[in-house]
Design a protein around this ligand. Structure first.
Ligand SMILES: Nc1ncnc2c1ncn2[C@@H]1O[C@H](COP(=O)(O)OP(=O)(O)OP(=O)(O)O)[C@@H](O)[C@H]1O
Ligand SMILES: [Mg+2]
Length: 141
């Protein structure tokens, strides 16, 4: 099932993600698809807020991964924009994290798609509208 949401501000994108976080039970993967500046990190900020994290969420563009531990569920935030080869991802423990009771959010997930568990992966697609808002489409597992 795919749900469509019109997000006219970063706050609306965060609210959508926070709602998803409230429903999370652990083991969910949010694969975030959209161009540069589409709101993917903003969505992760909402996930973090919804899971109860107070600290600021910043983009892990250079480290590829940030960990948020000690919330209702732990959150692991990947940004794989700079990933060139699937082999590089081995160092990120992605597969190990996938097997644990936490929530994963992955920006630029194309390369790791073969590793994502279909039964637990929410695919979130961001598309800009003509008036500069963002249509966020979420496909449930
Ligand atoms: N629905 C929205 N409407 C308007 N502005 C938004 C919306 N969502 C996010 N923004 C703003 O757009 C900017 C870029 O957002 P963000 O960093 O989340 O994009 P991104 O998809 O993670 O980009 P990148 O591909 O570079 O990682 C931020 O300033 C954010 O506040
Ligand atoms: Mg980002």
């Amino acid at each position: 099932m795919t749900s469509h949401h019109l997000c006219r501000s970063a706050q609306e994108t965060m609210n959508l993600a926070a709602d998803a976080a409230h429903l999370a039970q652990g083991g969910e993967v949010f694969a975030l698809y959209g161009e540069l500046g589409a709101g993917k990190t903003t969505f992760v900020k909402g996930l973090a807020a919804g899971l109860g994290f107070q600290q600021p969420v910043t983009s892990p563009t250079f480290n590829l991964v940030h960990y948020y531990r000690g919330g209702r569920l732990d959150l692991v935030h990947y940004d794989l924009y700079r990933l060139k080869r699937l082999e590089e991802v081995e160092a990120l423990d992605l597969e190990q994290e996938l097997s644990q009771e936490n929530v994963l959010a992955i920006e630029w997930p194309k390369l790791v798609e073969p590793l994502l568990p279909d039964s637990r992966t929410y695919r979130v697609v961001f598309a800009e509208t003509q008036d500069g808002a963002w249509r966020v489409s979420m496909t449930n597992p």
